[in-house]
Design a protein around this ligand. Structure first.
Ligand code: ADP
Ligand code: ZN
Length: 522
């Protein structure tokens, strides 16, 4: 049997394993099951590719990333490994050729989409082949509490039930403790060895700032820090992807759109240009990126709030796989909070789904509003302790916090008054107009210039008030009503602020107070 090190050297051209790779590879080669939690760029692929080449038979890799299978197979073929895939995009002829190669013992690696394993002919095919191992990539997809659940992954228990003696290695780059537990249970990996690497990505600088004019802010980031660099910009909707890509191109930044509304050929063409050319900015919905191996992505920007910390971590993790300094930048505003709450209310999921989605959102908001190190907070979310990093916005420019009890009381009592009058359909904008004493047409129409709180909030600017509303939403001292109008309502916690028994600590937004320039010189 050839040794792992010689395969690493002769096939992949590397002279040593990294981090826990050697241990993982040894463990799987000797027939053990493994669960590997390792950040993006950590080198997960070699953990199953090397054992697949060392052990006799074919390593079967289950992956949800059908669009990438061709690339993965090409990359392996280029280094002289024998690889193939089976998925729905192939013609019967292509499929048959792969099946023949598998049965003839001519494949080191076979990539399979999880839904293939529901087909009895696939199972019968694998029965007749010699199997080196099963690798379950993107294993967090089996977790319903995670952020990227795929029902087909639940069927993967068939692997060890049908082939108990074939070692399994499950891998993921995102797992909170809860997701970790769920993967273990659902894939029945209780007896597997668990390899948990640090999730820290020290070369990524995390920054979250207030959203005013997002495209302008993005252009400023690109021009001052990342001219000519490859980057990914995430937007929530297809429309904003198109608009943002256009705006970047108009400003001379080469940008391509990517979302599920584009036809397959355009998506594939844009993806391959992004991978092969230098300095392209991919503007995309979260449909883009899983499994994309481009080492020199220098920045990942979010123009809309991610739905969960796991999603944020995974998306930002696509920056700086090569270990060089990279930026994770997020612009976030009041509208994001309102919009995300509405999306959850309107979603078709059951009560448990909505509760879970709210918890995910709350954790994401807490990360946005923290006055402590972003990295400490982020790693704590994954159950890992760390020291302030010195390389995130809150470390570099510690945000000021202030006693926001009085502004919060003014805001909450305005909400109380509107509610009492049954004028319920007023969003944050109108509330702020009341506090600032603005004589808008709606003010006169509803007689809100007669409210006792009219004009009592001029000590803060409109921008600052938006920050107050946003943070009270994040702290669950206010909520967005599920009426679809973005109406702001009280929560159970509001009363304690109104009656003075609870203090409110607020973060002063650097953008509102200082124009957000300071960080760049840091
Ligand atoms: P992950 O799947 O964990 O995101 P990859 O398996 O794609 O990471 O590896 C990330 C990069 O690191 C790849 O370009 C890979 O070739 C490289 N790499 C992985 N292991 C080693 C190693 N032992 N020595 C040198 N480079 C490595
Ligand atoms: Zn920090």
């Amino acid at each position: 049997m050839t040794s792992a090190l010689s395969v690493l050297d002769t096939v992949f051209g590397y002279d040593s394993f990294r981090g826990q790779q050697a241990e993982i590879v040894d463990h799987v080669i000797s027939g053990g099951d493994a669960l590997v939690l390792m950040p993006t760029g950590g080198g997960k692929s070699l953990c199953y590719q090397v054992p697949a080449l060392v052990r006799p038979g074919t390593g079967v890799v289950v992956s949800p990333l059908i669009a990438l299978m061709q690339d993965q197979v090409d990359a392996l073929t280029a280094v002289g490994a024998r690889a193939g895939f089976l998925n729905s995009t192939q013609s019967p002829d292509q499929r048959m050729a792969v099946e023949r190669a598998l049965l003839a013992g001519e494949l080191d690696l076979l990539y399979l989409a999880p839904e293939r394993l529901k087909v009895s002919s696939t199972l019968a095919l694998l029965d007749r082949a010699e199997l080196a191992l099963f690798a379950i990539d993107e294993a967090h997809c089996v977790a319903q509490w995670g952020h990227d659940f795929r029902p087909d992954y639940l069927g993967l228990t068939v692997l060890h039930e049908r082939w108990p003696s074939v070692p399994r290695i499950a891998l993921t780059a995102t797992a909170t403790e809860a997701t970790h537990r769920e993967i273990t249970e659902r894939l029945q990996l209780q007896d597997a060895r668990h390899f948990v690497a640090s999730f820290d990505r020290p070369n990524i600088q995390y920054r979250i700032e207030g959203k005013n004019e997002p495209v302008k802010q993005l252009l400023s980031l690109i021009r001052t820090e990342h001219p000519g660099d490859a980057g990914i910009v995430y937007c929530l909707s297809r429309a904003s992807v198109e608009k943002t890509a256009q705006a970047l191109n108009d400003a001379g930044v080469p940008a391509l759109p990517y979302h599920a509304g584009l036809d397959t050929a355009t998506r594939a063409a844009n993806q391959s240009r992004f991978l092969r050319e230098d300095g392209i900015v991919m503007v995309a919905t979260i449909a883009f990126g899983m499994g994309i191996d481009k080492p020199d992505v220098r920045f990942v920007a979010h123009l809309d709030l991610p739905k969960s910390v796991e999603g944020y971590y995974q998306e930002t993790g696509r920056a700086g796989r090569d270990g060089l300094p990279s930026t994770a930048w997020l612009a976030y505003g009041l509208q994001d909070v309102v919009q995300q709450r509405q999306l959850i209310d309107k979603s078709e999921g059951d009560a448990a789904f909505k509760r879970r989605a709210s918890q995910h959102l709350d954790a994401m908001l807490a990360l946005c509003e923290t006055i402590e190190c972003r990295r400490v907070q982020l790693l704590a979310y994954f159950g890992q302790q760390s020291e302030p990093c010195g390389n995130c916005d809150t470390c570099l420019t510690p945000p000021e916090s202030f006693d926001g009890t009085v502004p919060a009381q003014k805001l909450l009592s305005t909400v109380v008054r509107l509610w009492r009058e049954r004028h319920q359909r007023f969003g944050a904008g109108h509330l702020i107009d009341i506090l600032l004493g603005k004589q808008t047409p709606r003010m006169a129409q509803y007689g809100h210039d007669q409210l006792s709180t009219f004009g009592i909030g001029t000590e803060l600017s409109e921008q600052e008030w938006r920050g107050v509303v946003r943070q009270l939403l994040a702290q669950q001292l206010l909520a967005v009503h599920g009426d679809g109008y973005g109406t702001i309502v009280l929560t159970e916690g509001s009363a304690s602020v109104l009656n003075g028994s609870r203090q409110v600590r607020l973060r002063r937004d650097p953008v509102a107070s200082r124009g957000g320039r300071k960080l760049r010189s840091a």
